[in-house]
Design a protein around this ligand. Structure first.
Ligand SMILES: *[C@@H]1O[C@H](CO)[C@@H](O)[C@H](O)[C@H]1NC(C)=O
Ligand SMILES: *[C@@H]1O[C@H](CO)[C@@H](O)[C@H](O)[C@H]1NC(C)=O
Ligand SMILES: *[C@@H]1O[C@H](CO)[C@@H](O)[C@H](O)[C@H]1NC(C)=O
Ligand SMILES: *[C@@H]1O[C@H](CO)[C@@H](O)[C@H](O)[C@H]1NC(C)=O
Ligand SMILES: *[C@@H]1O[C@H](CO)[C@@H](O)[C@H](O)[C@H]1NC(C)=O
Ligand SMILES: *[C@@H]1O[C@H](CO)[C@@H](O)[C@H](O)[C@H]1NC(C)=O
Ligand SMILES: *[C@@H]1O[C@H](CO)[C@@H](O)[C@H](O)[C@H]1NC(C)=O
Ligand SMILES: *[C@@H]1O[C@H](CO)[C@@H](O)[C@H](O)[C@H]1NC(C)=O
Ligand SMILES: *[C@@H]1O[C@H](CO)[C@@H](O)[C@H](O)[C@H]1NC(C)=O
Ligand SMILES: *[C@@H]1O[C@H](CO)[C@@H](O)[C@H](O)[C@H]1NC(C)=O
Ligand SMILES: *[C@@H]1O[C@H](CO)[C@@H](O)[C@H](O)[C@H]1NC(C)=O
Ligand SMILES: *[C@@H]1O[C@H](CO)[C@@H](O)[C@H](O)[C@H]1NC(C)=O
Length: 673
């Protein structure tokens, strides 16, 4: 039986030369990009379509403009080739917009709190090539408008963009992903790849950060100003690449955003160096005496955020989890402990941390014994315990364990409201926040399973047609906090809710014509309006924000079910959960090796699971729940380990779990009866 089986198992998981499903990868295959279509034209423009190829001929005469569409959000420096000119020519202007809403012949979309960004003008004196200075790279745009406003005419023979994101990768390797995802749901497939690409656009040369030239000390612009200056040339971090919050803005490092962006990076491109450069920049700004870490990276001024301070510490623990590189964790360890002591110094007689500084992800009402901040504290202390164990620095562990237990007990006593079936924001309000309730589940702050399923179902009951609202931020849908809500549904075991929220909220972000069909937006209104409550200026919203990439890692970790438990995957769990899907396949690599899983549900209730983990590692397998009674057989495709046979009674029994499974290629099948 065993040898027969080995003969018929195809090596579906063996390394193929091509990157699986690379047709979904949105990253360009070359850095030189041309528009793919004409969006609209005004005035006298001859043959505007010609500029969708490398060598064209488009003549602009008098007041005229053409808006071009790159088909997806991109980033880069524009160059124009000018052919013949006649009469008074003057200047050719270029404007940029991520959303179709702000396509204009007068200005770009916005990077400041008011007004619109100025047109980039090229003074045309003779035929030839005109390239924007590097600080005028635009970090995110799908639309680019060429504007001519002189009395003469000018022939443009080429309008190209040099793609500047992922600066440290070879020009022809921007699509060389280490991870992949596929399922029978085409929308989910597109969402996974858009999350991965969003993070690539948010990976920049750190010498060209911070487009927020007007954030501090600059006069306020009239709301209708179309001349707001912009440029990006502040060095935000060391090294040659950095992971930042957004492609257009802020182009600076934010640790909170990284909590969602980093796992999406790991499961798609495994671009660890950009994560390290960003984390390093935050630790470089630590206050050496208090241990306080910055809310945002340079050039943001030093402001205390209780949550983002902790997110920087989570960044180090995540780095170790996803790489197994203990040297990096060790190099940050003294700073890490100092920073945790700083947070714990705000724990008061209630055993909860009293938040005395409001900055967070731009929600309101952040203060006092806040449930989100305390959940994150509980989570971070537990990550600290795991790091301390790995580093053999056991001295702080007993006091950390005690403090964590007390936070959990106090939060459940003071902030859980059984009538509401959720945690309140703090003990003086009945507002039940999306962030704190999602984070309580993610952090395992909950005391029992009744709480987690109550939170999952209450969160679900609040969805609008556009996604999951965050009542703690007025009229906002936050793709960032909804990324934690996704995790909460999956951790509760409600895979269907997680998938439904992805289709509802990320499906909207994918398919709405005001969006880029390629990257995920920073935030919007519960009504679907592209207005994000914290900003007065709708044109300022970033349409490529890595904090919105939650589905990418969640689909890999919780649906395909490939979970790293320690040290880059030295221990792991395979726990697929398909919800209403019929087929799912995913894989990714760490320095420890390659991880892959593929599940197919069969007619009649049977299923098959194939998975691969690196040889020398060990893990547990949580097999898909079966609808009816039958038997599961799990075989080592390499033929080394004994077969595992399990009789199962059906759904009420929950999943069958096999512990101490050696790394390698395995196949499990379930047959009813
Ligand atoms: C053309 O003009 C209309 C009306 O002023 C304007 O809304 C649109 O943005 C313009 N498009 C281009 C490409 O100039
Ligand atoms: C074209 O626009 C530029 C920049 O605003 C301006 O300097 C120039 O005077 C304009 N030319 C005409 C003819 O309007
Ligand atoms: C990236 O992938 C392309 C196409 O598969 C391949 O030709 C190229 O060699 C790869 N680049 C690197 C740096 O691996
Ligand atoms: C920018 O535009 C505003 C409003 O349109 C105007 O008040 C201001 O003078 C302009 N500034 C410059 C430098 O052109
Ligand atoms: C950034 O670019 C602006 C506009 O070109 C320039 O005025 C400024 O000096 C530059 N700053 C740095 C640090 O290079
Ligand atoms: C408690 O939460 C409510 C709702 O978010 C908020 O309005 C209030 O300011 C919070 N209390 C403190 C002390 O921050
Ligand atoms: C938190 O600390 C602030 C500042 O010390 C204090 O005013 C406030 O009463 C404290 N809040 C709670 C809930 O203890
Ligand atoms: C921690 O201790 C264990 C067991 O003594 C040892 O194998 C490991 O190398 C130590 N790790 C570090 C980082 O010192
Ligand atoms: C779960 O824990 C909460 C908070 O401690 C408590 O109020 C509730 O009664 C518990 N529910 C069950 C079913 O144990
Ligand atoms: C729980 O919430 C209900 C409904 O808003 C409220 O009436 C009640 O006072 C809350 N309970 C506690 C202990 O705060
Ligand atoms: C959650 O916390 C409880 C203790 O409160 C612990 O028994 C349980 O193992 C934790 N679950 C996970 C997944 O860590
Ligand atoms: C969105 O992009 C996908 C490819 O990723 C394409 O198939 C689809 O046609 C695009 N949708 C629109 C409305 O452009």
């Amino acid at each position: 039986m065993k040898s027969f089986f080995r003969l018929i198992v195809p090596f579906l998981l063996s390394k193929a030369s091509a990157i699986p499903y690379n047709e979904y990868i949105l990253a360009p295959r070359t850095r030189t990009l041309y528009p793919v279509s004409v969006h609209s034209s005004n005035g006298s423009v001859s043959n505007p379509e010609s500029l969708t190829s490398p060598s064209g001929s488009t003549v602009f005469e008098g007041d005229a403009a053409t808006a071009y569409d790159f088909g997806k959000n991109i980033a880069g420096v524009v160059s124009l080739e000018i052919g013949s000119i006649s009469g008074e020519v003057g200047e050719i202007g270029v404007t940029f917009s991520e959303s179709s809403l702000w396509v204009s012949n007068q200005s770009s979309d916005a990077t400041a709190d008011s007004g619109y960004d100025e047109t980039l003008w090229f003074k045309i004196t003779a035929p030839g090539r005109y390239t924007a200075p590097r600080e005028r790279e635009r970090g995110g745009f799908r639309y680019m408008t060429l504007v001519h406003n002189a009395t003469g005419s000018v022939e443009v023979t080429s309008a190209q963009v040099h793609f500047t994101a992922m600066p440290h990768w070879e020009d022809d390797s921007l699509a060389n992903y280490t991870g992949y995802f596929h399922s029978n749901d085409e929308l989910l497939n597109r969402i996974w790849y858009a999350g991965a690409y969003t993070n690539q656009l948010c990976t920049i040369d750190p010498k060209y950060g911070n487009a927020l030239v007007h954030l501090f000390g600059e006069p306020t612009w009239p709301p209708d100003a179309r001349n707001v200056t912009w440029y990006s040339n502040y060095t935000i971090a060391g090294g040659s690449s950095a992971l930042v919050d957004g492609a257009k803005r802020d182009k600076i490092v934010w640790a909170g955003d990284m909590a969602i962006a980093v796992p999406a990076v790991v499961t798609s491109t495994n671009d660890i160096i950009s994560i390290e450069n960003s984390l390093n920049s935050l630790f470089d700004s630590q206050n050496a005496s208090t241990g306080q870490l910055p809310w945002g990276g340079k050039p943001f001024p030093s402001i205390l955020s209780f949550t983002y301070h902790l997110y920087t510490l989570i960044g180090v623990a995540d780095h170790y989890l996803y790489t197994g590189n203990l040297d990096y964790a060790s190099s940050k360890w003294e700073q890490w402990k100092l920073a945790l002591r700083f947070s714990m110094s705000f724990i008061d007689e209630t055993d909860l941390m009293n938040v005395t500084s409001s900055p967070d992800w731009l929600r309101s009402g952040m203060g006092g014994h806040n449930i989100e901040a305390n959940s994150i504290l509980y989570f971070t202390i537990n990550q600290g315990i795991a790091l301390a164990e790995a580093l053999n620095d056991t001295a702080p562990i007993p006091s950390w364990k005690l403090a964590a237990e007390k936070v959990k007990t106090a939060a459940n006593k003071l902030l859980w409201n059984d009538t509401l079936g959720m945690y309140t924001d703090n003990e003086t309000t009945t507002l039940t926040p999306q962030d704190g309730n999602s984070w309580a589940v993610v952090a395992n702050l909950t005391a029992n399973a009744t709480q987690t399923s109550s939170i999952s179902s209450k969160l679900t009951s609040r969805w609008t047609p556009y996604g999951a609202p965050a009542p703690e931020a007025a009229d906002a849908i936050s793709p960032f906090i909804s990324g934690f809500e996704l995790q909460a549904h999956f951790l509760t075991g409600d895979t269907r809710a997680g998938l439904e929220l992805m289709r509802l909220q990320w499906g909207f972000m994918m398919d709405d014509p005001r969006m880029t069909n390629s990257t995920f937006i920073e935030g919007y209104s519960t009504s679907g309006a592209l207005h994000y409550a914290p900003y007065p200026n709708d044109a300022r919203i970033s349409h490529a924000h890595g904090w919105a990439a939650g589905p990418t890692s969640s689909l890999t970790f919780y649906v395909a079910g490939i979970q790293l438990l320690s040290a880059g995957g030295k221990t792991w769990r395979i726990a697929p959960s398909l919800g209403d899907l019929e087929f799912v396949e995913a894989g990714f690599s760490t320095t420890v090796g390659s991880f892959a899983a593929k599940v197919e549900m069969e007619e009649g209730g049977g299923w098959s699971l194939e998975f691969e983990t690196p040889v020398g590692t060990v893990g547990e397998v949580v097999l898909p729940v079966t609808a009816s009674a039958g038997s599961i057989v799990m075989r080592d495709v390499g033929g080394v380990e004994e077969d595992v046979e399990i009789k199962v009674a059906g759904a009420d029994d929950g999943p069958a779990v096999v512990a101490d499974v050696s790394g390698g290629k395995w196949m499990a099948t379930f047959k009813c009866g």
